[in-house]
Design a protein around this ligand. Structure first.
Ligand SMILES: Nc1nc2c(c(=O)[nH]1)N[C@H]1C(S)=C(S)[C@@H](COP(=O)(O)O)O[C@H]1N2
Ligand SMILES: [Mo]
Length: 197
């Protein structure tokens, strides 16, 4: 009887210690992530800096059969989609932009035009990096683009609310991300296809 009581007391005190330590960890991570958000969400550049980062074309390169250089005009000649009510939400939850209407071309169509170098149908372990001239990047996988609804929601934009886009000439977006800020790449410079080694 005595031993049983001892075990029960020991068990209760152990769980309470474990609960406290996990609470402490939770608290620490929130602190850490809000610090990172503050750093990464700082206003990017002045208007002059922004001008220096503008690209008049984007390069589609890497594991593709044809390297492409696409301008706004070449995008206009492709299948142009109209995207409505697109919000850019930062990781912090802050709404950074609210576009009523924009125009763009599916990343999927652009990659199909460049043609990924695939060796048979089992060769699908590729990743796609959308890179900006300030070296900001977003990454996609082959499966997300070609075998998932994300493929129907990832665009290269060239027009927002009837006007040219602001930071750079083209922006890459992923409309179905939970927070759309992270994979919203302005000053878009290249789309790079890599094979997983
Ligand atoms: N090229 C580039 N794209 C970027 C960023 C950046 O620093 N450089 N910041 C990202 C972040 S953190 C967010 S929330 C959105 C909106 O950023 P903004 O508030 O600077 O417009 O764009 C994203 N795209
Ligand atoms: Mo952000």
């Amino acid at each position: 009887m005595k031993l049983q009581t001892y075990i029960v007391i020991l068990f209760i005190s152990m769980t309470s210690i474990m609960c406290n330590s996990s609470k402490k960890e939770e608290h620490d991570t929130t602190k850490k992530s809000s610090k990172i958000e503050k750093e990464t969400c700082a206003s990017p550049a002045t208007a002059t800096d922004s001008l220096k980062l503008v690209n008049h074309q984007i390069e589609i390169k890497g594991e593709v059969e044809t390297t492409l250089h696409l301008t706004i005009d070449s995008l206009r000649k492709m299948k142009v989609a109209t995207i409505t009510n697109f919000k850019v939400v930062c990781q912090s939850g802050e709404v950074k932009k609210d576009d009523k209407i924009c125009k763009g071309v599916l990343l999927k169509d652009i990659l199909q035009k460049a043609k990924i170098k695939q060796n048979g149908h089992k060769d699908r372990n590729f990743y796609i990096v959308a890179r900006a001239s300030d070296n900001y990047k977003a990454t996609f996988s082959w499966a997300e683009i070609f075998n998932n609804p994300t493929g129907e929601n990832t665009y290269v934009l060239f027009e927002e609310n009837g006007k040219p886009v602001k930071n750079g000439e083209m922006i890459l977006i992923c409309k179905n991300d939970i927070k759309t800020g992270p994979r919203h790449v302005y000053w878009l410079k290249s789309i790079e296809v890599y094979k997983v080694k």
